[in-house]
Ligand binder design. Sequence first.
Ligand SMILES: [Zn+2]
Length: 174
Amino acid sequence: MVIFLVDLKDPIIKGYLINLVGEEGFKVVKNMPEGEVTDEKISQETDVLLNIVRRTLFILYENRLAVYRRERDSDSGWLTYLWKLDLDNLNSQLEIEAKKLLKNLKTKLEFENNKVFYVCEKQDGRFLFETAAELEFICPICGGELKFQENELTIKALKQRISQLEEMSSGTVA
Ligand SMILES: [Zn+2]
């Protein structure tokens, strides 16, 4: 079995790969034979159906996580595709995803920090103070009163998620 620089047991990496290639595809990644191998050999050694192996390799290739080399058999003249995983890009891809998410969460946090919200008690909606004032603090759906909403918990949850992600991405850089 190949030894990767990435930890396939890491729940984030595992989740990302399963999301990409499915459970069977993940079996291919996990048990991929060493060196350059044909899809048939991969299928034999991983015990995954050939068409699933092919599909997996194609998806990995599209995501720059696998490479292939074509070789012509000197006897038969047939072209053989030799595959190899290239998971070095995985960490950088995960980092890009995490950075995008982090940016969104930070924008959201800033929004929550800087704005004042009003809600309908029947959960019809959440309104910015400016909008609620325009509505004269009356819910446009049920006619009930719009009340000030404490958003401390939302802010706390966002902050927690942000620091988790920041810890994680500093982990993958190392
Ligand atoms: Zn309402």
